[in-house]
Ligand binder design. Structure first.
Ligand code: PRP
Ligand code: URA
Length: 210
């Protein structure tokens, strides 16, 4: 069985994605909106967090109320564009740890290679959310998931803003245990590996490096 693709079906996400797609959106607005959509997708991706209860005293009476069970969680951005989503996740789950994974692409084979990986010591015990704005061919995300599994991680989710059908298929085939949470699934990849219609180069637009 392949992993599920959870596409955000929400007017706020749709509206914000359109602003990101607009080539005239400023770097400042682009960065802020990436973070906001990160928050909104986190809301959906954390639906299955376990709850327990505790006693609290309201101004009116004592009551038993739900509280997070405190499952250990880590957000793992794929460098560099994934950094743009970290803040949004942390605003929803402030206790999360952050691991970083850096990837470069071999110019001949186009295959991604991990050049940097710095994780919390107890990463194998944590639920993992790998974040990257773009799932294009799926090569980077596939390699990042493989790296996390090598480190003993079992419960892994992937969060992206935009996905291409090609990338979704690749992840479902290579890692059928990983669910994908995304803002939208676009039409196709072009001959340069860019998502169409997409939003261009996410890293360049977040960091203003174009
Ligand atoms: C982009 C994006 C993903 C990758 C997606 O990163 O942020 O990491 O491409 O492409 P794929 O699905 O075909 O692997 P990029 O390589 O442009 O690096 P950057 O984050 O430094 O901009
Ligand atoms: N990486 C990006 O930043 N954008 C794309 O459309 C594809 C890969």
């Amino acid at each position: 069985m392949s992993g599920k693709v959870h596409v955000m079906d929400h007017p706020l996400v749709a509206h914000k994605l359109t602003i990101l797609r607009d080539k005239d959106t400023s770097v400042k607005d682009f960065r802020e909106i990436v973070s906001e959509i990160g928050m909104l997708i986190t809301y959906e991706a954390t639906r299955d967090l376990p709850l327990t209860t505790k006693e609290v005293e309201t101004p009116i009476c004592r009551t038993i109320a739900p509280t997070l069970k405190g499952k250990k969680f880590a957000v793992v951005p794929i460098l560099r564009a994934g950094l743009g989503l970290v803040d949004g996740v942390l605003r929803m789950v402030p206790s999360a740890r952050v691991g970083h994974i850096g990837m470069f692409r071999d110019e001949e084979t186009l295959e991604p290679h991990v050049y940097f990986c710095k994780m919390p010591k107890d990463i194998a015990e944590r639920d993992i959310m790998i974040v990257d704005p773009m799932l294009a061919t799926g090569g980077s995300a596939e390699a990042a998931i493989t790296e996390m599994k090598k480190r003993g991680c079992k419960n892994i989710k992937l969060m992206v803003l935009l996905a291409a059908p090609e990338g979704v298929e690749r992840i479902q085939k290579a890692h059928p245990d990983v669910d994908i949470y995304c803002g939208a699934v676009d039409d196709h990849l072009n001959e340069h590996g860019y998502i169409v219609p997409g939003l261009g180069d996410a890293g360049d637009r977040i960091f203003g490096t174009k």
